[in-house]
Design a binder for this molecule. Sequence first.
Ligand code: GCW
Length: 652
Amino acid sequence: MQPKEVIFMDYSLLWLDWKPVDSLPEYTKRIIGLPATRQGKAALRELISGLKAMGSEPEQCGSREPGPAIRLTECRGNDEKVTIRRRGESMEIAGSGRGLLYGVFHLLRHLTLGEAYPVWESSPVYPIRMLDHWDNADGSIERGYAGRSFFFYGGRPVYSERIRDYARLMASCGLNGCCINNVNVHENALKLLTGSYKRELKRISSCLGEYGVSLWISVSFSSPIELGGLPTADPLDPEVRQWWKDTCRQLFSSIPNLAGFLVKADSEGRPGPHSYNRSQAEGANMLADAVSPFGGKILWRCFVYNCTQDWRDTKTDRARAQCDHFAPLDGQFRDNVILQIKNGPVDFQIREPVSPLLGHLEHTNSMVEFQITQEYTGQQQHVCYLLPMFREVLDFHLGHRPRQDTVAESISAVCAVSNTGDNYNWTGHDLAGANLFGFGLLSWDPSANPTEIAREWSILSFGRDRVITETVTDILMKSRSIYEKYSVPLGIGWMCVPGNHYGPSPDGYEYDRWGTYHKATHTEIGVERGPGGTGFTQQYSPGLAAMYASVENCPEELLLFFHRLPYDYRMKDGRTLLQRIYDDHFEGFEESLAMSDAWDALAGRLDPDVFARVQERFRMQLHSAAQWRDVINSWLYRLTLIPDEKGRKIYL
Ligand code: GCW
């Protein structure tokens, strides 16, 4: 059954809700050029409607007419390069259809920011810049905090105008790929691969394609069994290989804008090549061969670890798993395979070191997977602007090469798990829109500045009131470190409620099978990951390995990721480790209170609905931050019986 569109239709346009701009330049009154491609035509439409919303009445005119104008010059090809030049009082945007789209959005954004002639010449650094959706066929979203899916309803994919607007949002910040279904592929989502939903997929794909966004789908490695009725999914079995080839031929021929598959194999119970004693490379390559005649790619996730660990086993260290599995396979993957690697070695915690696997793939394509859905970072009830963290990861020097050594220089694509759903404001927390927009800008240019992105997002979203811009930018820029302080500081991670991952439960995962332990006693806390411990530090290049292995040289914010230490260990500033953790929790709460007050001071300046929604979220955040502070501090005090030096309230 096709749902009524109205289910999806009540939503804001986020930063694409262009606002009137005072004194627009003369050239915004005329547009020259008639693009021929679908993307070029979309660019022209965006330009006209955007300028109208800003207060201009642009006329389309012939190239000989005098006077300042915007000229759209559509170039051949399909690349993404864009040039915006000033010619006297006129502006020219040149590029392929896709280039024109990026150029038009850039121009509109910068006119809103108050720049009269935003000249720009740019190409994205990565050819694949995508959002991964963990949307299920029944419309629920795994780790989704903004409502239900707008791609799936009642067990099947559905097309709606909202998807078109999502594509516009993606293109407007430089994104060009979208995987619409969960990497955990269940039930009807399995059938995306076969004919069952071709019509719907084609429609969705075509609408994304108009905005230069390719469609990706997640597939199950055991599809030959689940869908094809074969007895095995062994990647070396000829029948299995043929099944994938035939299936791909049919699928790719009916969905032109399909870019390939995302695969979670041998991970958290999902089937994979290990079941057949085949390597990850043999599994990925078999799929790569099946999609390659159609120019398809395989995004193969490296989130492979033992999720049935015995907590008594101290040899196994989950942090080591990705490197242990994948580093020895470097060079064995086909060219159309990209290994998708989470930014840290464990799982999207508020603070983790960079995944060492990123430094071991000299001869294999890799991409970083970030998570903008805030699974472990406050679930869009807390404000947590993630761009500073993403920049840290991209700027990180892996230490294997004298040049071209940063993560940004080592990868060939980027993706993030999307934070959107069918909520009116798309992201649950209005301020979480900054993570969506910001990830797009950073994926285009990994050297983009998080503070500037925050400022730009605020202006596009809330207008040019300087008080709003400064307050919002300040809140966003402080938010990550505040969340870190009152939740799990110093890289210790986890301590969240098992299952839903919201709020504190310091021993929640301690005796469980997931491999995430802190092993706190009344004298010490943490897992030793140096050479005398699990040896995880040795997965880094020698300089980094030595730095992380040494308690003195390890960056303090990661101290408890790498080391097991006594509570009376002296931090650089002379405080004990325990006192530092107490302080962080008390301060983190106070700082979140200050953020909430800063927001309250914007009353009357903002759209009352936005103001009230965010205010409500701050209430939830404060409630939860107090819970984190008190639970963790009480738990530590009860273990150690060492009081807070400042005598603040700790509950017994
Ligand atoms: O951390 C885990 C999440 C799962 C998720 C998994 C993954 C989609 O809790 O919900 O599954 O990561 O990244 O595959």
